[in-house]
Design a protein around this ligand. Structure first.
Ligand code: GLY
Ligand code: MN
Ligand code: MN
Length: 429
């Protein structure tokens, strides 16, 4: 792996927390992701399944994790199956996990080759009272492609049709929403790489530079710092492009007098950052750009104050909507009648700020976690208000990544200049 080894205590603790949520006599099985094909014999680079990674740290394809905390057979309480490596594989594909290395990385004592899965299953299935299997239950998932977990569910269901199968996902969502100190350090590392990328780029941007040249600057910095690369397809949007929320073409020249919105995240050890900054291409905001920018910044500061234990995400979003409404009135973009006649399901402010303010962040950029429970210490969120005015060629979003603690927020991305003066000074120094 490109990243530094992670303390296996993270995965040992995660398995312990998971086991505490299982009913007695339960068995749980997790599969890695597939390597996705492109065309011909081409493949995409491997990206591990976040749940098996969270519970094991094993970052390799064709890996299976089996947890049966109450098994009579102590050696079967935690078992990792990895593909058998040999000299031929080592020569053609490079290093794969040996059993010893797998134990070192994961803290799991029993490691078998994948070919032994069926016979071990025969024993643990005979003991299991219930079997927890995994699925992608992200509320915005797009499950067109059958996953290895899905194939496995079909296979095991046919082989053991009378067992009771249950969902592991709700437990995983609950656990993953609370970040432990080692995870916070990994998020911090991803954020640091990203922050430094933004600082580099802010000095690189000038009139005439192409959006893709800016993308290349980020990638250069990320990869040199042990990141696999972008956490998501980056948005480098100058002028009116910034009003297209998912603009990813990044193929236009940045024009003198325009703003440039950059929404760019870095991956580090499968953890993600998600930062947005909006800067003037020529290093100086116009007075109107500054006026709108500072309105977004005020909403952001007040929103950050509301990310605290006990608050609830839906209520938080409603409150942010009120703050945004008052700023849009101040900017002359809405009037009192617009607000008086607004549709409560799509309030007037949505014309200029049509996306959410915060999402969980972690192993997924839009990380798993409940939207109905109250916020608590250990939750990591983005905060990303914006105002988009196509008729003025202005699209502004500012986005930070934060962790909630009992003593206030840790802002992981505050190092990226954000105040108007800070941005102008940094770009022109
Ligand atoms: N870059 C994706 C997001 O901000 O949520
Ligand atoms: Mn973003
Ligand atoms: Mn975001």
């Amino acid at each position: 792996m490109r990243y530094h080894s992670i303390d296996p205590q993270l995965f040992i603790n995660n398995r312990k927390r998971f086991a505490e949520k299982l009913p007695s006599g339960a068995l749980a099985i997790f599969n890695s992701n597939d390597i996705m094909p492109t065309n011909g014999d081409g493949t995409m680079s491997f990206r591990q399944n976040n749940d098996i990674f969270y519970l094991s740290g094993a970052d390799q394809e064709e890996t299976v994790l089996l947890l049966s905390p109450d098994s009579f057979h102590e050696k079967y309480r935690e078992v990792l199956f990895v593909i058998e490596t040999n000299d031929h594989i080592a020569r053609w594909e490079g290093e794969k996990l040996t059993k010893e290395r797998a134990t070192e990385l994961t803290g799991i004592k029993t490691v078998y080759w994948l070919s032994e899965l069926e016979s071990v299953l025969q024993t643990v299935m005979s003991e299991a009272k219930e079997v927890f299997l995994n699925d992608n239950e992200h509320y915005r998932r797009a499950n067109e492609v059958e996953t290895r977990d899905a194939r496995f569910r079909r296979w095991i269901g046919e082989k053991y049709p009378l067992h009771t199968y249950r969902r592991a996902a709700p437990i995983m969502h609950e656990l993953r929403a609370i970040k432990s100190p080692i995870e916070i350090e990994l998020l911090r590392k991803a954020a640091e790489i990203d922050v430094e990328g933004f600082k580099r780029v802010m000095k690189f941007v000038k009139p005439g530079v192409m959006e893709y040249e800016i993308e290349a600057e980020f990638l250069h910095h990320f990869i040199r710092n042990r990141s696999r690369g972008f956490a998501y397809t980056p948005i480098i949007a100058s002028g009116g492009n910034a009003c297209v929320l998912h603009y990813i073409e990044n193929n236009q020249a940045c024009k003198d007098g325009d703003l440039l919105l950059m929404d760019v995240g870095a991956d580090y050890a499968n953890y993600n950052s998600d930062i947005t900054r909006t800067i003037p291409v020529n290093g100086k905001f116009t007075s109107r750009q500054k006026e709108v920018y500072n309105a977004v910044l005020r909403v952001m500061k007040e929103s950050l104050d509301m990310l605290r234990p006990g608050n609830q995400l839906h209520e938080y979003h409603r409150e942010v909507g009120k703050l945004m409404t008052s700023e849009l009135l101040g900017l002359g973009l809405l009037d009192k009648t617009d607000v008086k006649n607004e549709n409560p399901d799509w309030p007037a402010y949505k014309k200029y700020f049509m996306h959410g303010t915060s999402h969980y962040i972690g192993l997924d950029v839009h990380d798993v976690g409940s939207w109905t429970v109250k916020m608590e210490a250990g939750n990591a969120f983005t905060c990303e208000p914006g105002i988009y005015i196509p008729e003025e060629n202005i699209g502004i979003r500012i986005e930070d990544d934060v962790v909630i603690t009992e003593d206030g927020l840790i802002n992981l991305t505050e190092g990226a200049p954000k105040e108007v003066d800070e941005i102008e000074d940094w770009m022109n120094s």
